[in-house]
Design a protein around this ligand. Structure first.
Ligand code: NAD
Length: 546
């Protein structure tokens, strides 16, 4: 059974309280913004919101009935039990896509998924925190801005960014590039994906011809004009061809779903239909062909690196895949987190976000104003909010992403809750964040690559994060394991906290938002990063060994 899901709007309750109603709307919003909602797929090739439609409808029914002092338990997208807990416990706890260490391989994952026993939740799909490409657009904007600063300029004016993939997350790249003043050439094999980015205001032009796309891009680059072009093509073909033509983009990266060689990447020379057919007929051959093409693409990326481009992997595991296909030096390409974001994580600065549960856009604009009035010292977020107001269209329930640090998130949560209480903000606000954050994840080829103390693969930290967030009264807490192509590659955790104007929400926001980034800062301080150690001291986090 399948149907088109959209999030409820307005101030009518279907559930027994706003905590439950808000969580239900976050689930619906997840699918409203999803890439393939009919299959419950939200983003990243296979990241799902619920195990199957039966599970989805059961979750909805339970959320409508569940009381304040009960907790729904979800196991990989399946609602397995409801327990009486207490009114300070989470309404929902979940564990998605986790496998025991030695068993955590893509092959085992798919065998178990085929038996209907598990589901991969990505970072924000399985725990209902996905807000469309807008959820990653500030992160991508900051990454591109950091790359500009490496070139000692404030903008990417006159720079060409070459990338691949315009899916759920990758779709943020063209807008993030043009917001930095640059020219983006994004190679995407599926024209429908490009059309969707154009419809939602994330990309400007669709081109089906490389000559035409390059002509437009190089002209805009020369004139110093911002432009984004989605080129219908295969990255494994186009990247080497651009290299052959002697064009050296200032920045090269990729956001195809390369992490999943079976479902996420189309091998060169193959149509979408042919890939579908091969996937069914011979999964092993599909994986081999995909990795072979990724190897070709990564070799081109390495050559761009040697010619002076700023090249980085954008967290899609393409280096690991290429290495398996024989590109021994794939890891000469750095990972974006280590290069551009780690110092921010040391301050607890990361992709915090908030969603207007009523659907009223003015609630988000009011929070924009709070940020500009109260958090102007954080120039990253203040600059971003001004830009976002101008350039970022809402998708689904109105939402905003804003990189706030440890302490700032709590402060914002409490101010917003107070404004809801006073009726200035009309409806509840759900606060959440990406798992890509200081406390949320251990992923040795991404967020925790090359940790100073070598603790890259220690996954105690996100598990502690989740336990702590339950103790700190978050409304939804999730533990995720890498599934699908990411099986064995990471462990992560997420949370949702609802501001509904009550004094109970004050307590939840204060405790959960503080604990969430607090444990993240401690993780980096424990690994020896001076900025994190300083944050621990400045913010008076009680960490007895630091
Ligand atoms: P998605 O599956 O929605 O989109 C991937 C896109 O790549 C699709 O549109 C697909 O048609 C296209 N594609 C596949 N093979 C191609 C090829 N050979 N040439 C050109 N295009 C091709 O995935 P998404 O949500 O956009 O995520 C993309 C990747 O980025 C995933 O690996 C995901 O895990 C990773 N990711 C990174 C971050 C981050 O913070 N950097 C965040 C989320 C996801």
């Amino acid at each position: 059974m399948s149907n088109r899901i959209t999030a409820a709007r307005g101030l009518n309750l279907r559930c027994k309280g706003w905590r439950q109603e808000s969580i239900l709307r976050m689930l619906e919003n997840n699918l409203e913004n999803g890439e393939r909602p009919d299959d419950l797929i939200v983003y990243a090739a296979r990241g799902k919101a619920a195990r199957n439609w039966d599970c989805y409808h059961t979750i909805v029914n339970v959320l409508k009935e569940i009381k304040e002092d009960e907790t729904l338990v979800i196991q990989s997208g399946k609602p397995v039990a409801v327990f009486k807990t207490h009114d300070r416990a989470p309404i929902v706890i979940m564990a998605n896509g986790n496998l025991v260490g030695r068993w955590a391989t893509p092959e085992n994952f798919y065998a178990l998924e085929n038996k209907g026993l598990t589901m991969w939740g990505g970072y924000t799909a399985g725990d209902w925190m996905y807000i469309g490409s807008q959820g990653i657009v500030q992160g991508t904007y900051e990454v591109f801005a950091s790359a500009a600063r490496e070139r000692l300029t404030d903008s990417l004016k006159g720079c060409l960014i070459l990338t691949g993939g315009l899916g759920g997350m990758g779709g943020a790249q063209p807008l993030a590039g043009t917001m930095n003043g640059g020219v983006v050439l994004a190679v995407e094999v599926d024209p429908e994906r490009i059309k969707r980015r154009i419809e939602t205001g994330y990309c400007q032009v669709l081109s089906t011809d490389l000559d035409d796309a390059l002509k437009r891009c190089l002209k805009a680059k020369e004139k110093g004009e911002a432009l984004s072009v989605g080129l219908v093509g295969n990255a494994a073909v186009v990247f080497p061809e651009i290299l052959r033509r002697g064009i050296v983009p200032e920045i090269v990266t990729d956001q195809t779903s390369a992490h999943d060689a079976l479902y996420g990447y189309i091998p060169e020379g193959m149509s979408l239909g042919e890939a579908d057919e091969l996937r069914k007929r011979s999964p092993e051959e599909m994986i081999r062909r995909s990795r072979q093409s990724m190897a070709v693409q990564v070799k081109a990326m390495l050559e761009f690196l040697d010619k002076g481009s700023i090249v980085f992997e954008y967290g899609n595991n393409i280096r690991a895949q290429a290495k398996m296909a024989g590109v021994d030096d794939a890891f000469r390409i750095p990972i974006f987190v280590e290069r551009f974001m780690r110092t921010m994580f040391c301050k607890g600065l990361g992709p915090f976000r908030w969603v207007a549960i009523s659907g009223d856009e003015s609630d988000i604009f009011k929070i924009d104003s709070i940020i500009l009035e109260e958090f102007s010292a954080n120039t990253i977020v203040a600059n971003w909010i001004k830009l976002a107001r101008e350039h970022v269209h809402f998708q689904g329930l109105p939402a905003r992403i804003g990189w706030l640090s440890h302490g700032e998130r709590t402060e914002l949560g409490l101010i917003v809750n107070d404004r809801i209480r006073k009726g200035v903000i009309k409806g509840p606000i759900a606060f959440t964040r990406d798992h890509l954050d200081c406390g949320g994840v251990s992923q040795p080829y991404r967020e925790t690559e090359n940790m100073r103390d070598g603790s890259d693969a220690i996954s105690d930290w996100p598990l502690l994060n989740a336990l702590l967030n339950c103790s700190a009264m978050a409304d939804l807490v999730a533990i995720h394991g890498g599934g699908a192509g990411y099986a064995g590659y990471y462990q992560s955790a997420g949370l949702i906290v609802i501001a509904d104007g009550t004094s109970a929400a004050d307590k939840r926001l204060e405790l959960a938002l503080t604990a969430d980034t607090g444990i993240g800062v401690v993780r980096y301080a424990d690994a020896g990063y001076e900025t994190a150690i300083e944050t621990v001291r400045q913010k008076k986090i009680r960490a007895p060994m630091i």
